[in-house]
Design a protein around this ligand. Structure first.
Ligand code: NAD
Length: 257
């Protein structure tokens, strides 16, 4: 098992990519704290992990609230004496270009998707330094590498996550804190389904999105969870500051045919 005995916190673990990442990390032997603003959903993810023979605990966590973050980290460290892996994954999507977005929407998008990464990483940093190292992983997006129409705040938030990943990687290197992010393409989760549902023809939008990926399908949460497991493991001991694109070829070029 690649993460045997590691203590992990996954944010946004109540759904989609976060839930699958928590499940896969537990399957690799990690003890996983499943954090989500929807505490019942986090609890359901943890319960499923425990039912499958793993070790996990659901925790209500709001990544936009410093008190909530501090309480979650304190609870994990009190229980296990350390925190080896932080996965900053919680996120929301607020669509619109600059013309449509309100200032409040812009602030909210950057607060949830970008500032949360700063807040949660800051909250674990001293602990990781004191224990001799750790791993911080962030869910960025291909939207942080290439612009998507009418998605200005979301794309900007994810571009910020990519750069913050690199900044934390070089700042943490001497303390053996490795920091990497994953940039998913379109992944089949409630978030992307919500986006499709907002289109005039949701099924056509879904098919169009699948066809944009040269590998011919939408991604699945386990495509991203597998990347996170690798980056969290000692197999990636010389990998830091990377933005691993896992997107079915989406941003490499046009699909074949
Ligand atoms: N689905 C995609 O196509 C896709 C592509 C690229 C990147 N991403 C990113 O992946 C991450 C996970 O997205 P998903 O698709 O699994 O979405 P999802 O909606 O299925 O899950 C997101 C989870 O985050 C939680 N959350 C929201 N705000 C929170 C807060 N303030 N504090 C704690 N938890 C909070 C939600 O309750 C939810 O359980 C996000 O950062 C998203 O931007 C998704």
């Amino acid at each position: 098992m690649r993460l045997n005995g590691k203590i992990a916190l996954v944010t946004g673990a109540g759904s989609g990519i976060g839930a699958e990442t928590a499940r896969r990390m537990a399957g690799e032997g990690a003890i996983v704290a499943c954090g989500d603003i929807r505490g019942a959903a986090a609890g359901a993810t943890a319960a499923a992990i425990v039912a499958a023979g793993g070790t996990a605990q659901g925790m209500t966590l709001d990544v936009t609230n410093n008190d909530s973050i501090a309480a979650t980290v304190a609870r994990i460290v009190a229980g296990h004496g350390r925190l080896d892996i932080l996965v900053n994954n919680a996120g929301v999507t607020i669509v619109g270009g600059v013309a449509e977005l309100t200032e409040a929407e812009w602030d909210r998008q950057l607060e949830v998707n970008l500032k949360s990464v700063f807040r949660c990483s800051k909250a674990v940093w001293a602990q990781m330094q004191a224990q001799g190292g750790g791993v911080i992983l962030n869910t960025a997006s291909i939207a942080g590498l290439t612009a998507i129409p009418a998605d200005a705040a979301y794309c900007t938030s994810k571009a910020g996550v990519v750069m913050l990943t690199k900044c934390m990687a070089i700042d943490g290197a001497r303390d053996k804190i490795r920091v990497n992010c994953v940039c998913p393409g379109y992944i089949e989760t409630p978030m992307i389904q919500g986006y499709f549902n907002d289109q005039p023809n949701p099924e056509a939008a879904r098919q169009h999105a699948a066809n944009m990926h040269p590998l011919g399908r939408l991604g699945r949460p386990d495509d991203i969870a597998e990347a996170f497991v690798y980056l969290a493991s000692d197999h990636a001991s010389w990998v830091t500051g990377s933005a691993l694109v896992v997107d079915g070829g989406l941003i490499s070029g046009l699909p074949p045919g």
